[in-house]
Ligand binder design. Structure first.
Ligand SMILES: [Fe+2]
Length: 460
């Protein structure tokens, strides 16, 4: 069931903010919201499992969350040139993003003003108009009604009254965001301190090469929660342990969003006997060997000079790969090259950023609470002036091998199990550790957007 007073109106923002501060203090002992989390909560936090399986709760999300929150729609490379268009779907909602003749980025609800047919589908380019295939009404790329076949049969159809319904659209770096309600305010305040925090990496130099959509048998929150904590690395991704510090990654919470920094190229402190360099090397190659130009896990480990670590050597190899592609990484430190910056943007996006690449992991709701989509949007840094092709978009058949590499395949393969368990009648609440504070932060924001005035979260 949804929260009992969910229909009673919008939450008092100051009360919500004070709950957030209290939450942060529980998580950090003393630090205010936004501080780095370094110490433990006193008791576990629990979340109602019904939020992941109840059709009424999913309906509430469709009414109150998705229509009125900034959400990542596509890459700027999808709509780089006049006449480029991209259809973004989220649940039943469909928005078309288009670059108009003057180079202005625009977004519209994807609906014909005649009898409501959707106008566009997928990604297209070279458009000079938006034309409904049903009865051939058309609009120019700024959304102004242009042509109606047999127009006299309608009586008066003033163009100014029959434009496409516009949607707020803005960009951050190589990403396009939309606010379907156009009422959420500007994008920049919504993103809070995240763009400033990652400004050093220079996201404007990144370009999207593909977007893969994987239908999965799980709630959109089950999918995104899997990219909001690293507690599961020692369970699901044991192959990672020799080459990642999955324990000491500092986290940070803003009001809407969260962050994790995680170091690669060194073993997890969970090992009683730390693995040797050969094991760290082969794990790193298996997980992200492409970054250093090595794909064969049997490739012998490089020698490590006495004044360096393996991380230094890996960073040097990454610089060599960049040089061969005309990209310089000399302005970054070895630690920056080997450390993942992961941002969880409310509600449904995780940005996995290194100086050479960004992988956007986005979840979207499906037709039931038990269905969703995982979108993997891959970006690479390119040298300035390099011609950029349109991204390749792939929609995989349900149940197919996603072919996303070892780790993401493991994440995708875990979704059905995670969702099935949530239906068991004995399981009414999930229990979170402080390491899972980014999941809790998502639920706090979800409560805010849904207008739930009495929290069902316990332990805070
Ligand atoms: Fe994972």
């Amino acid at each position: 069931m949804p929260d009992p007073d969910a229909s009673s109106g919008v939450v008092n923002p100051s009360r919500w903010a004070s709950r957030m501060v209290k939450l942060a203090r529980e998580l950090t002992d003393e630090a205010p919201l936004g501080a780095t989390i370094t110490s433990g909560a006193r008791q576990p936090v629990t979340i109602p499992a019904s939020r992941y399986v109840d059709p009424a709760f999913a309906d509430l999300e469709l009414q109150r969350l998705w229509p009125r929150v900034w959400q990542l729609a596509c890459s700027t490379d999808h709509v780089a040139k006049p006449g480029d268009a991209y259809e973004y779907r989220c649940g039943p909602y469909s928005i078309v993003i288009v670059r108009d003749d003057g180079g202005v980025l625009r977004a519209f609800q994807n609906v014909c003003r005649h009898r409501g047919s959707a106008i566009c589908e997928g990604a297209t380019s070279g458009l000079t108009e938006l034309r409904c295939p049903f009865h051939r009404w058309s609009w120019d790329l700024s959304g102004r009604l242009r042509e109606v076949p047999s127009r006299r049969g309608f009586g008066s159809l003033p163009a100014e009254q029959y434009g496409l319904f516009s949607v707020a659209v803005e960009t951050w770096g190589p990403m396009v965001f939309v606010d379907p309600s156009s009422a959420a305010g500007p994008l920049a305040p919504f993103l809070e301190g995240v763009p400033e925090d990652i400004a050093w990496v220079g996201l404007d130099e990144y370009h999207c090469d593909y977007l893969v959509t994987v239908p999965l048998p799980g709630n959109w929150k089950v999918i995104s929660d899997g990219f909001s904590e690293t507690y599961h690395v020692q369970g699901l991704h044991r192959e990672l342990l020799p080459s990642v510090d999955d324990v000491n990654g500092p986290q940070r919470l803003w009001h809407h969003h969260g962050k994790l920094e995680q170091r690669y190229g060194l073993p997890s402190p969970r090992f009683r006997e730390p693995p040797g360099i050969d094991a760290v090397w082969s794990s790193f190659v298996e997980i992200m060997g492409a970054r250093i130009g090595v794909s064969d896990v049997s490739t012998p480990a490089p020698s490590v000079p006495p004044d360096q670590t393996l991380r230094d050597v890996l960073a040097g190899m990454l610089r060599d790969v960049g040089r061969s592609e005309g990209v310089s990484y000399d302005r970054f430190t070895n630690d920056q090259l080997m450390t993942m910056q992961q941002y969880n943007l409310f509600p449904n996006v995780s940005l996995v950023i290194f100086p050479d690449l960004m992988t956007v992991l986005r979840s979207r709701p499906g037709t039931t609470p038990d269905d969703g989509y995982l979108d993997v949007i891959n970006y690479r840094r390119t040298s300035p002036g390099t011609p950029v092709a349109r991204p390749t978009d792939v929609l995989l058949p349900a149940g197919s091998d996603p072919g996303l590499g070892l780790i993401l395949n493991q994440d995708a393969g875990n979704i059905a199990r995670a969702q099935r368990g949530l239906h068991q009648p004995g399981f009414t609440r999930m229990t979170l550790s402080r390491e899972e504070c980014r999941i809790l932060n998502m639920h706090r924001n979800l409560e805010h957007w849904l207008g739930i005035t009495t929290t069902e979260i316990t332990g805070v």
